[in-house]
Design a protein around this ligand. Structure first.
Ligand SMILES: [Zn+2]
Length: 257
């Protein structure tokens, strides 16, 4: 098997025995992979300072046919995103970003757009860009890229196209909005203002435009959009992320209105 050189973000590192490491990473070219780094704990030359959580690296590896685990030959650090580790908020968000990517992408499903989303989100966290905006942008785009975007184009009950006027209601079990007249049971609904629907549409677009993120957003609107994304993610995944309680302690959610 040929040796490949991949760009990758380190997602998890576990020690095996005295000297080896089991590394999970999201590569630009091959998606999420798991590799074993033989002797990595001893080798200063082949794996110097690079097999740490969140690091962007250039990885030299060997993929084995019909095997889930590849062999890592060497690794070079491109960017450590050191500032992420120095802020509790950024660390929690970066950990959540990794956990959600891990759940959404099985091993070997390549997606360059997803790799870009993770690495660009890390760049923004490293630069101390508004962390809660990085978070909602990531959640919206990650769900969208993996095929679970919230449908904001038409009413999920009557099928009427939403033209950007008037409020809608988010219906979690339909994965989208409905017009207000189609609501039968108002429990567990969040009413969305046209401006919120417009912002969520921009956030869900797969192109990573800083103009979509660097927007004036009052705190209550930001929390409401995040609440919708949270409800959607929990419903789709059917599980609670381990990092969610830390996210919730940073950004308490608002009550559904
Ligand atoms: Zn309707």
């Amino acid at each position: 098997m040929a040796i490949k050189l991949l760009s990758a973000i380190i997602m998890d590192v576990k020690e095996i025995g005295e000297s080896d490491l089991l590394v999970t990473f999201f590569s630009k070219e091959k998606g999420k992979l798991i590799g074993i780094a033989k002797g990595a704990k001893r080798s200063k030359r082949r794996f110097f300072n690079c097999l740490d959580l969140f690091c962007l690296v250039s990885m030299e590896l060997e993929l084995k046919k019909n095997k889930d685990i590849c062999f890592l030959h060497s690794c070079k650090l491109i960017e450590s995103f050191a500032n992420i580790r120095e802020s509790y908020t950024c660390f929690v968000i970066a950990s959540y970003i990794i956990e959600l990517a891990n759940l959404l992408f099985p091993v070997g499903v390549s997606d360059e757009v997803m790799f870009d989303l993770i690495s660009k989100s890390f760049v923004l966290l490293h630069k101390r860009f508004a962390p809660e905006k990085v978070l909602i942008n990531y959640e919206a785009k990650a769900m969208s890229i993996s095929g679970y975007r919230i449908n904001l184009e038409k009413c999920q009950v009557c099928g009427r196209t939403y033209r950007g006027e008037g409020s809608g209601a988010f219906l979690v079990y339909k994965g989208g909005i409905t017009c207000l007249r189609c609501i039968r049971n108002p429990a567990n609904l969040i009413i969305m203002q046209p401006e919120e629907i417009k912002i969520l549409r921009l956030l869900q677009s797969s192109s990573f435009e800083i103009s979509h993120i660097d927007i004036e957003l009052n705190p209550s609107m930001l929390r409401r959009i995040r609440n919708i994304l949270q409800m959607h993610i929990s419903y789709i995944l059917g599980t609670r992320l381990k990092t969610k309680k830390f996210i919730d302690s940073l950004f308490p959610s608002v009550q559904a209105v």
